[in-house]
Design a binder for this molecule. Sequence first.
Ligand SMILES: [Fe+2]
Ligand SMILES: [Fe+2]
Length: 284
Amino acid sequence: MQTALLQWSSMAPGLSVVPGDDMATLTRFDLDAWVARSGALDLSAIAWEEVPRHRLAPEAARALRYMQDIESHTIVYLRSLLATRAIDDPEVATFLACWLHEETFHGLALAQFLEAAGHPVSARSRARGREPLGKRLEAGLTALLSRAWPDFCAVHMIWGAINELTTLTGYRRLAALAGHAVLADLLERITRDESRHFFFYYRQAEIRLRRPGVARVARVLVDRFWAPVGSGVQPRAELEFLGRYLFDGPEGRAAARKVDDTIRRLPGFETVQLLEAWMDTRAS
Ligand SMILES: [Fe+2]
Ligand SMILES: [Fe+2]
């Protein structure tokens, strides 16, 4: 655990390392410090006029369309979470307010980039708030689970940790693959936010999963229901394209394995099968 947290600590304001403490309390989370670093992405800092001067491969544009849509979908994810006991946990509720604010600006920034690159985002065929039946059922079951299980926030936190780590890893892969200087700068800035989101979720998950009974239930739920970010929101073909584009090949596979290995350091998740297993069955 110590290694996993320290590995990400340089990107995670809010983390304090306490020399001399034992392993369990080596790191503490300072919500005030975390909130103080929260804020909207500075869109004026991006060299938008430079965007068309670099080539953007069609695959990179396709990946960005997916990511832009999922960033903009955060408000719908939040709608589902607001029906759970997450709103009764002061730390989680504060985090969610900052999270929505920051993710919204990620969506706006990616839309502005696509526009500048000559790939404007077109209107969705279905209004964002009108989710398909499967997603509405999922939201209803999530609310029921939250009502029935006092430790629901544990699974919310591990879920968020997996998805934020997948997201920030995906952005790094996209920056490397696309070879577009302005995009690399934009994604570097976005990734700083994603790293802070990841750290919040991961730290909260680590605390909550220390109770073996809670970890067992959370593990069953992740094993049974986890799928990569954007599943059920974007078409399956787009998700599978994105998986192949970002995580195929030796470097992609190594990145996916690093995501899985980081999550495996959490209590009860030592043998969990996530992104690499999904790649093996769905996207290769
Ligand atoms: Fe984001
Ligand atoms: Fe995020």
